[in-house]
Every structure is written in structure tokens, then in C-alpha cells.
Design a protein. Sequence first.
Length: 306
Amino acid sequence: MPKEIFGADYVFLKKAEWLHFTELDDLVGAFVQLGVRKIRLTGGEPLLRPGLTKYIHGLKHLHKIEDIALTTNGLRLAERARELKEAGLDRITVSLDALDPEISGKMNGRGVAPRAVLSGIAAAQYEGFRVKVNMVVERGVNDGEILPMARYFKELGVTLRFIEFMDVGNHNGWKMERVVSGREVLDTIQSEFEVEPIDLSSKQGVAKRYRYVDGSGEFGLITSVTQPFCGGCTRARISADGQLFTCLFASKGLDLKQFLRSDKYDKGELLTLLSKHWGARDDRYSELRTTGGTSRDKVEMSYIGG
């Protein structure tokens, strides 16, 4: 998380301000009735949440969620991989922006070298997880790491997804000239490897998928800056304090915690609330970005995950 925000004096949420797991259960139950079949646990850092593995078990065995994924910085993954597998977690995505220790430390804001993250990935593979790695590519910072990262994870058989540098939140100094487009990433990879497309639609996920012709695996391009896909977005995000966001770039969310903790709370009304809110959404920030009509404060990605 950005150190300029979450410094030593930052006041984090008290435990009572978090959504309780029982409240999350009600929300999951309602979303399942509305057709949700996939859930991703993200952050912040989800492996810091006490009781996480027990909750994952409940998602799998009580709510019958078909696909449970987790996004993590990977620092605690090596020690937690087995219990996550036993709990029923299906997939893991690890955030890693460089193999070079200095570059990686600069981008994670904590000076942490990638060794522990790579150990976590190895542990997850050992436990049989499907693992993906997300790399945000920023011009002049880690764009020289595209091929080293591609070589490394191609050898491991791990899907690497290159993400265009986005203007998430309000503090990452985003400028269009710092964006390395998906097209540029693809050209860089094709300078060394022969590849072919698998799925360029983004309908089954956010990434345009390619595979290496030699059969050694695949990689993806997430092009939400140069080729936005707002019209096909099916993601809703719930923050730890119970705000529902229908867009990664939203300015505000719907306060579900207040609703869940009111004296008049009713599960049937929760279903209606979620259905109406989703049906009324008109988010298309990424499409509007190029028109210059997107100058506003946005929720920090650290609060709601990717």
C-alpha cells in the first residue's frame, strides 16, 4: 500500500468497523441469488485478516461458490499455502512488478525484494494451486523488466498478466505518457518469443490472452487504459468497511454496513437493494478518460483491491 498514505501515524479501521463474517455471509447469499458464482478475496492484504481460511471453507462448502480466488502480495503465502488449499481456495493471483530487487522494492514502497514472493509462488504451485502473477508496467520504472518477467514465469508455467499503469486512486502520479500500452508489451514479447492469441475478447475475464507457440504456457494483457472494456464489466467490490463499489474508479460507494446493522434490516430488502443498485449503474470511467471528463477524486485501490 502507498507509504505516503499509510505511514506510521495512519489510523487504521478498528475491528468493530470491519464487516463481520456473518454480515459478509448475508451479502454472499444475496449475490449468489443474483447469479454470482465467482468470488475474489483481495485487499489491502487479505492474508492479514484473522479467520480467513475458516471463512474460505464456508464460502466453498456452505455457499457452494464455484470459484474462489485470492489476490495477495505473496509475503505470507509460503506459510499459508497449505491451509488455504485445505480450506477450498481455488486460485491465487500474486502481485509482483519486477524481479530486480531494487525496482521491486521501489514499486512495492517497502523496499521488499521479490525473494519471499517467489517462495510463496513456489509453495502455492507445490500445493496444486493455479497461480497467476500481475505486473503493472510503468514507463521508465519497470518496463525493462517485461522480458525478464516473461522468461521467468514462462519457465515456471505461471500465467503472467501485464497491466497498463492506471490512474487508480489519487496519489500514484499517473500521466498518460507513463503508460506502456498492451500493444507495446506484446511487441516486446514477440521480439523474443513466437506467440498466438487465445482470446482477445475480454468477455470471460479482464485479460486478452496469448499463448507461447512452443506450448510452454500463456500470458495476458490488461488494457483498461488503451482499450477499455467498461461495457462488459461484471465486477462489484465490497470494502472491508462495507462500501459497495461498482467501479474501480468510483468516487463513492453504497454503504451496506449501515443497512446491515440497522434495526430494520431484512434479507429480502438486501436482495432488492443490491439488484436495484447494480441495475442503475452507469460506470464508464475508462471510456471517458480520453475525453478529459474524469477529473475527480477516486476511491483508493488499497481500500477495495483490483
